[in-house]
Design a protein around this ligand. Sequence first.
Ligand SMILES: [Zn+2]
Ligand SMILES: [Zn+2]
Length: 584
Amino acid sequence: MASGLSEYKKREEEKKARQAGNLAPEIDAASGKMINPHNPEYITKRPWYLGESGPSLNHHARQRDDSILSLQETEEILARQPKKFLGRATVFRKGACENCGAMTHKKKDCVERPRSLGKTAKVSGMDIAPDEASRGVQEGKLGWDGKRDQWAGYRAEDHERVIERYAQMEEERKRQAIARKAEKEREKEEKRKEKEAARLKRREEKVAAKRARDSDYDSDEEDEDEGVREYLLKDKDNKDFQGRVARQGGVGGAQMKVSVRNLRIREDTAKYLRNLDPNSAYYDPKTRAMRDNPLPGTHPEELAYAGDNYVRTTGDTVALARMQVFALEAQEEGIDVHAEANPTAAILAKKRFEEAQGAEKEEARKRVMEAYGAEKYSKKPDPRLLLGQTEAWTEYSKDGRLLKGAPRAVVRSKYEEDVQVNNHTTVWGSYYEKKSGKWGYGCCHSLIKQSYCTGEEGRRANEVQGTASGNGRSREGEASGEGEDGKEERRKKSKLTGEMTTRAELYGTEVSGGLELDAKKLKDAVQRQRAFQEEKVELDERRRGYNTKGEGEVTKEEMEAYRLVRRHGEDPMARVGSDELLEH
Ligand SMILES: [Zn+2]
Ligand SMILES: [Zn+2]
């Protein structure tokens, strides 16, 4: 131990001598550099497990090549290394990454997005990634993060250049905008000057003309008048209209707060559910806007929601926007109109302007009409007359009876109707006495045809008489056996002659025993009916009395012919020509 102690004492003395500067400092065995004699012991002392070596600070350095590098260390190493590009391979090499084809890593460590099976470098041999430059393997091993660090080797200074480039672009853009604006300003000024010159010239001419006529002249009034007229002539109602509507504030406008605009009542159907077709109107989920109509096939007024653009330009929005446009344009012309500050005056001014404009347009139209003689072609009959349509409201019950509205016009027969003779106020047949089974006049209840009307008194008298005679008659009927048997007999007789006797048979609601028509008779009847319609028959045939008999009773064939040939008056399309169809 004595030697150990003496050695220790010797080392201590040497140390003190070095610190005092009496002895040269120690030299590092590994790096050959001087070791600072003032270093504290905990720095200079070598840990026991590293083994003995000469005087050195080597134990502070990395001891093994396979130690794991941190991300920071990796960065530092890569920053020191110059960037290397090793080039791309054109075929898949054995042992390369199966995903991207780079030689420097395995598939397990690949940082590229896993390719689909058919497109991996191994299978397709296409688009092989370049090998990465080796990363400081000599100084340690890359950690898990270091291997997968996509930004490894990225130099932040490089981004400076990108920023610089954009700054230059912005500078150039500004310069050009200023130049453009100056150019526009110059053009505007030139135009204004031209206008001014033209106006002055015109005024001078006018003054000269007026002076020649030696009349007094009020320049101010004339000037203003001319300005207004010039303005009236300009029909720029629609100019910039959309743009101004889009820029203005108000409900749904650009200035409305985004949060308020985006709120919807949650129980309402969401816009994007109106039409589930992905190719229908575009819904922007961020702004929650759907500008187009989701159901373009349907009329917007029939829809609960027809797109934001439709809602934005309905109701008074349009009127207000037009008002504002009018006010702005009037101000440009130097007329003192303000839609917000003095709305009443503005509305009045607009009304007057529109009247003046309307009158002018009407005049121009009239001039053109006169010049071309188009007046008689421009008039069109009422479409209701053309199409036989009406807007009168009628309601019907289930069985077809009229519930509400004017009764349907009776379809006229081919005979004269509503002929009132001999002072009667109703036609023959307007009264039916049940008891006697006879027809008469409704006004006086007279049962004798061609009798003179006896009025209210005669009616009372006839009623008294009718009850008496009716009773007698019914007894007569019973006596002669005219009951069910009589009817049956009549039916049999009518079948033999081909005549239609019962009302139901005649009007086709009920056909007894199947309808059998004689082809030849039907043909004749149709011809006769056609001739009648084309007014080839003599007029006295048409003027035949209401219920006088013709050549005989109406036969089945005649009835059928009437139905075949008649025009369906109730068919609204029957009278429609092709030109009307185009219009409506
Ligand atoms: Zn790879
Ligand atoms: Zn009468």
